[in-house]
Design a protein around this ligand. Structure first.
Ligand code: ATP
Ligand code: MG
Length: 390
C-alpha cells in the first residue's frame, strides 16, 4: 500500500485530524508508530462505543504499528470532565483496581496482543506529583506550561460556568494528566472519541514543552447509546458491553430505533450502507444484532441468540389464527408455496421467491431451495402466513 492508500484507510470516518500534514509525515517515515488510546476504568465494562475507537487502533496495528493502551488507573480517580455537566463522583483506589481487572482481556477482543503495549498510568502519575528522586515535582513543571485561559476554552466548562455548576480545581487539572501520559509513552498519534478533542490537544502542547514531536490527534464520532439520546457511556448505563451475554447483547441491539441501527452499521461494521437500507428494517436489525453478537461471542452463539429472540419476541407479532398446512415430504419451496395455497402456480411461486417476498421463520429465502419438512412459519409478503407442520 502506498501512503495515499494508507492515509485513506486510517482517516476513514474520522471527525478531526490534527494535523493531516504531520500524519502524512509520520506515516511515510517508515517508523513503527506508537498509537495511544487511554481508557479510564470508571466501571467494569468496555462497550461498543469503545469498539469504534478500538477498531481504529486495530487498523494501525494491522499496518504494523504499536498500540499503546493506557489504563487510566490514576486518572480514573481524578475524573475526566469531558462532556459532563457536573462533577463526577470520586472513585477510590480499590474500586478502580477492581474495575480494571478484566480491561486487558476485553480490549484483546479487538486488539492484537502481539502488537499491544499495556501501561497503567499510576506508573508515572504517582511520581509526577512528587518525585522521590529529585524532590522536584514534574507536576509543578507541567502546570507552569499550561495557561488558565487555554484550560477554560473548553465548551463543557463554559457551559457549566454559564449554568453556575461548580468546576473543581481537580477537574481543571485532568487534561494535564492525560497530556502527560503522552509525554511518558512518547506517543506519535493519539486516538479518542470526539469528546476527547480538548484533552488530546493538551497532549500536543505538553509534548512540545518537553522537546518531543507533538502527537497527531485523531477523533472518531461518538456512538449514541441504546437510549437514543446520549453518547454510549459507562456513566450513563446506556451501553452494550463486550461482556454482555449473547441473548442480552442481541436483545439490546434489537431495541434500537431504525435510525440508530443505521448509525451502528456505519460505525461498527463494514457493511455497505446502501445495501442495508434496501433491506426490510427488521431484517437489517437482526443482521446487525447477529454481526455484532457474532463478533464478541462467535457465529454459533449469535445464531442461537437470534433463534432465542425470534422465539420469544417475533412470534408474538404473528397472527394467532394462522392456517395450518401439513408438509409430508421434502420438495422444492416453490411447490410448497403452491400446495399451501400461497401462490397460484409454479411461475408465481418462483417469482415471489426471486423477489425476496418469501420467508421461513422470518428469514428471507431468495432461492428455490429444497424444503425438508419441519414445524415452521411460511410467509409471503407482509400478511400471508401458513403454519407448516410435518
Ligand atoms: P465515562 O462515562 O466514565 O467517561 P466512557 O464510556 O466515556 O466512560 P472512557 O474511558 O472515558 O469511557 O473513554 C475511553 C475512550 O473511548 C475515549 O477516547 C472516548 O472518547 C472513547 N469513547 C467512549 N465512549 C464512546 C462512544 N460512545 N463512541 C465513541 N467513542 C467513545
Ligand atoms: Mg469518557
Amino acid at each position: 500500500m502506498n501512503t495515499e492508500d494508507i492515509l485513506k484507510e486510517v482517516t476513514r470516518g474520522v471527525v478531526e485530524c490534527v494535523s493531516r500534514e504531520e500524519l502524512v509525515k509520520k506515516l511515510s517515515s517508515g517508523k513503527r508508530l506508537r498509537v495511544k488510546l487511554g481508557v479510564d476504568p470508571t466501571s467494569r465494562d468496555l462497550h461498543l462505543g469503545h469498539g469504534v475507537v478500538l477498531d481504529k487502533l486495530r487498523k494501525f496495528q494491522d499496518l504494523g504499528h504499536t498500540a499503546v493502551l493506557i489504563i487510566g488507573d490514576f486518572t480514573a480517580q481524578v475524573g475526566d470532565p469531558s462532556g459532563k455537566d457536573s462533577t463526577r463522583p470520586v472513585l477510590d483506589h480499590d474500586t478502580v483496581a477492581s474495575n480494571a481487572k478484566t480491561y486487558t482481556e476485553q480490549a484483546f477482543k479487538i486488539l492484537d496482543p502481539e502488537k499491544t503495549e499495556i501501561r497503567f498510568n499510576t506508573e508515572w502519575l504517582k511520581p509526577f506529583f512528587a518525585s522521590p528522586a529529585t524532590g522536584v515535582s514534574d507536576f509543578i513543571n507541567t502546570a507552569k506550561t499550561v495557561t488558565i485561559s487555554r484550560l477554560l476554552e473548553r465548551e463543557d466548562f463554559r457551559a457549566r460556568m454559564k449554568a453556575g455548576s461548580p468546576i473543581s480545581l481537580l477537574e481543571i487539572l485532568y487534561p494535564l494528566l492525560q497530556g502527560y501520559d503522552s509525554v511518558a509513552v512518547k506517543a506519535d498519534i493519539e486516538l479518542g472519541g470526539q469528546d476527547q478533542i480538548f484533552n488530546l490537544l493538551v497532549g500536543r502542547d505538553l509534548q512540545k514543552a518537553n522537546a518531543q514531536e507533538p502527537q497527531v490527534v485523531m477523533t472518531v464520532p461518538l456512538l449514541v447509546g441504546t437510549d437514543g439520546e446520549k453518547k454510549m457511556s459507562k456513566s450513563y448505563g446506556n451501553y452494550v458491553a463486550f461482556n454482555d451475554l449473547p441473548n442480552d447483547m442481541f436483545g439490546k441491539l434489537m431495541s434500537l430505533s431504525d435510525e440508530l441501527m443505521y448509525s451502528y452499521y456505519e460505525l461498527l461494521t463494514s457493511e455497505d450502507l446502501a445495501a442495508v437500507k434496501a433491506e426490510h428494517p427488521m431484517e437489517a436489525k437482526k443482521k446487525l444484532a447477529g454481526l455484532i453478537t457474532g463478533r464478541y461471542h462467535g457465529a454459533e452463539q449469535a445464531s442461537a441468540a437470534r433463534a432465542h429472540f425470534e422465539q420469544v419476541f417475533s412470534r408474538k407479532e404473528l397472527p394467532e389464527d394462522m392456517e395450518t398446512f401439513r408438509a409430508e415430504k421434502a420438495g422444492k419451496l416453490s411447490y410448497l408455496l403452491v400446495a399451501a395455497g400461497l401462490a397460484k402456480g409454479m411461475n408465481e411461486a418462483r417469482r415471489l421467491i426471486a423477489q425476496g417476498a418469501v420467508r421461513l421463520d422470518g428469514e428471507k429465502v431468495a432461492e428455490d431451495i429444497v424444503f425438508e419438512p419441519r414445524n415452521c412459519v411460511l410467509q409471503v409478503g407482509r400478511r400471508q402466513f401458513r403454519k407448516i407442520e410435518k
